[in-house]
Design a protein around this ligand. Structure first.
Ligand code: NYM
Ligand code: MG
Length: 215
């Protein structure tokens, strides 16, 4: 059933470096939006529970090796397999808060040698376009102060430096609604900022059809 007046929900994405607080904020944002009367649900990528997601999970845990192009396409496929559900939820009036999306896909793979931004974007062209992308901005020094890296693939300082640069390049795209959020603030202060931005996006999304990413 569609919501009252058939108004759609907003697609809100959280991006940022490891330890910027994305998962914490995604969870709190869903709770806060609900408290304020919105219908909201959380999603994350990679979604490690599907068949494709299990392959990705083992890859990140270094339990298997997958060729670099191939794993990039798997990360993208792991988003596409959720698209029917995403479209249905949005159409039914549910706002989705997504922990990482195609921007992580591009920032991480293009940080490997010989991968252009252009090549990396192609498999995700046409995905539902986020109404708002919250970039939780935290310096590598501040991130390091929050504790050591984990043991998963990509969790090294040199790689993360490169990932930061790639995110910067992606944020130059003014056709997307990027908002840079200072993630060095307290959990509550970050939440306050992103709640306000999200409520703005929810209001604007109501009267707009969902766009296509990078089209
Ligand atoms: N990652 C995530 C990618 O390399 N490509 C993608 O498309 C996505 C969505 O997976 N280091 C990387 C970024 C992270 C890792 O994410 C797992 P998380 O949020 O730690 O579960
Ligand atoms: Mg992580």
């Amino acid at each position: 059933m569609r919501s009252m007046a058939g108004l759609r929900g907003a697609l809100i994405v959280l991006e940022g470096a490891d330890r910027a607080g994305k998962s914490t904020q995604a969870r709190l944002l869903v709770d806060t939006l609900r408290e304020r009367g919105h219908r909201a649900e959380g999603l994350r990528f990679p979604e490690r529970t599907t068949e494709i997601g299990k392959l990705i999970g083992s890859y990140l845990e270094k339990k298997n090796n997958i060729e670099d192009h191939t794993v990039h396409l798997l990360f993208s496929a792991n988003r596409w397999e959720q698209v029917p559900m995403i479209k249905e939820k949005l159409a039914s009036g549910v706002t989705l808060v997504v922990d990482r999306y195609a921007f992580s896909g591009v920032a991480f793979t293009s940080s490997k040698e010989n991968f252009s931004l252009k090549w990396c974007k192609q498999p995700d062209v046409g995905l539902p376009k986020p109404d708002l992308i919250l970039f939780l901005n935290l310096s590598l020094e501040a991130a390091a102060a929050r504790g050591g890296f984990g043991n998963e693939r990509y969790e090294t300082n040199d790689f993360q430096v490169q990932v930061h640069k790639r995110y910067r390049e992606l944020m130059e795209d003014k056709s997307l609604n990027w908002k840079l959020v200072d993630a060095s603030q307290s959990v509550d202060d970050v939440l306050k900022v992103i709640t306000e931005l999200s409520e703005g996006a929810i209001e604007e999304a109501k009267t707009r059809t969902i766009g296509k990413l990078w089209v």
